[in-house]
Ligand binder design. Structure first.
Ligand code: ZN
Length: 221
């Protein structure tokens, strides 16, 4: 509770103390910084340098421009894909980029205490978790260990509503659905994030990374 109280108090002040220009000045500026970084990455013109001096400068604090909910997949690395330096992105990682209570609490901290201006739910093509959800949509109880608990959160509604006649399209549609679903869940399940979104201090978007090109495409409305 103490952390959340601190987060709530800090959010109240952070909204008024981020008047500088740059990617932390507004949600729109944060999203622009991410998309510009992705363009550099796709063009093989990334500029972020993680030097020892830059690392040392982050010892006392960090001021991320955005929080990213990414899949645990080893091919999904937001700092690389968005060409951002160490300290620039606050990361929540879970297979299938699903929204969990722990992710929500982490992002409330990122927004309320650290002043992040954007949240991105980052899906990706060829997602093993989504592919598993499609394959096991009627039989997730056959999966080992704790996997059914995770996969069930992707199955409904994103795997059930896809056309099984076209595997590639089916996977793509389910990945988009699963990422977009995360936006609504964050807003519905966090009063703090919903309030920040309502007042314009925060934007929450979803999108999908194409593993082949590296391009990140916004999929949420
Ligand atoms: Zn994945």
């Amino acid at each position: 509770m103490a952390l959340l109280t601190a987060a709530a108090m800090a959010f109240t002040t952070s909204a008024n103390t981020t008047a500088e220009d740059g990617p932390r000045s507004s949600p729109e500026a944060a999203i622009k910084a991410l998309m510009d970084g992705n363009k550099r990455y796709v063009a093989n013109k990334a500029t972020s340098e993680n030097t020892p001096s830059a690392r040392t400068a982050l010892t006392e604090t960090h001021e991320p421009i955005a929080a990213i909910l990414r899949c645990s997949d080893a091919r999904v690395a937001p700092e690389i894909v968005f060409d951002q330096p160490l300290g620039g992105l606050f990361i929540g990682a879970v297979a299938g980029n699903i929204v969990t209570p722990e992710v929500i609490a982490s992002f409330e901290y990122a927004v309320g205490v650290l002043g992040a201006k954007a949240i991105v739910v980052m899906g990706h093509r060829h997602c093993g978790a989504v592919e598993t959800a499609i394959e096991f949509r009627n039989k997730s109880d056959q999966l080992p260990g704790s996997l059914p608990m995770l996969i069930d959160q992707i199955i409904v509604p994103c795997a059930l509503d896809t056309d099984p006649s076209d595997v590639a399209t089916q996977e793509h549609e389910a990945v988009i659905c699963n990422a977009n679903k995360g936006v609504g869940q964050l807003l519905a399940r966090s009063t703090m994030l919903a309030e920040a979104h309502k007042t314009g201090e925060l934007t929450i978007i979803a999108g999908v990374q194409d593993l082949k090109t590296g391009r990140f495409t916004v999929t949420s409305e």
